[in-house]
Write a protein of this length. Sequence first.
Length: 454
Amino acid sequence: MAKNDRAHFGSKLGVILASAGSAVGLGNIWRFPYETGNHGGAAFILIYLGCVVLLGLPIMIAEFLIGRHSRANTARAFQILAPSTQWRWVGRMGVLAGLLILSYYSVVAGWTLEYITEAVTNGFAGKSPADFIASFQSFSSNPWKPIFWLIIFLLATHYIIVRGVEKGIEKSSKIMMPMLFIIILILVACSVTLPGAEKGIEFLLKPDFSKVDGSVFLGAMGQAFFSLSLGMGCLCTYASYFGKDTNLTKTALSVGVIDTLVAILAGFIIFPAAFSVGIQPDAGPSLIFITLPNVFQQAFSGMPVLAYLFSVMFYVLLAVAALTSTISLHEVVTAYLHEEFHLTRGKAARLVTGCCIFFGIFCSLSLGVTKEYTLFGLSMFDLFDFTTAKIMLPLGGMCISIFTGWHLNKSIVWEEISNNGSLKTPFYKLLIFILKFIAPIAIAFIFIHELGLL
Ligand code: PFF
């Protein structure tokens, strides 16, 4: 495809909302609260903020400038910027990571649709805590239902992708992101006004540094990468659709602020509600599917209408957040197949959706009927999660920062950051220093720790 024909976002707001849509997802509303719950509340949040500013934003800017300069899918981008070198494998690894993450992420995204149906039909009313555990276990191990929702979720993602960058991704983000903010604000307002909510607010605002150890730092860094969609060229692909006048630093800042704000506000929905009914919110991954429906029923026990609305809105919020992330994952792989193998966009998208349904079915079954079949002691779902989030993303992030800090011609970096000299670049030197030294060393640290070598 000629450079000039390349699809692009139509507005600056579209650029920010689509990129923020990729970042805001299950990572913010599901993973961030339970990580915060497990790691001592406010102290974890402060360290997380440090990781976002010091590592997340510089790497996001690096992904943006690689994508916009090359105006190509993430695999081709490295080939264009470093021809005939092995750097092209960084982009290819990103595409593979996108395919694998989309396959298992859509399984959990599909669960949100079951929970919306359950909430809409008032299925949570009158259930005991034990009932919530039993119904989650029977649902997630059922061979058919989760697969049905997985397929529906992937088809919804597919529908947006085939409409293209401007009419599909940008337009849907402009509808879904404001909807997400409105739902979040309503839910926060309800949650913080519950009787006894103060303890949850205190947990989020008063740091307890006695709980801080090495694992908290490492957990916060890993969370920052996953949550900001870094390390696999996702934002690099989106940046290839940015206009020449997009301010990359400002866009990264906006995406970082929106993503962090949504994560913290999700904490303000979950913790005050949980503390108000005396439930400790450190339940781990099952927090939003087992603990929370129970919390909502108890917290609004005298007000069944509020309990109903709160539950419906919460799971709609989760599904919308997941959808804006799955479209970004799908786009990484679709753009690659479309541009590298000269398939039409529709054909490329069908291939990606088909592959993800195929892998997704195995991931879903691996939590139920095929639980006994494991590799390295992990089910297929856990294996996909482990290899992508714990190996491929940190490795990709490290390679991207080394590539931009050491290999890439600095005139390209400066040209992209300053929009050819038209913007001031007060942080340019600091950015290069972080990309050269701080980020690669810090990520190497997470990586080694996650693999249990430290
Ligand atoms: N950032 C998304 C979330 O927080 O749920 C997950 C994600 C999307 C990770 C896209 C990586 C990615 F490329």
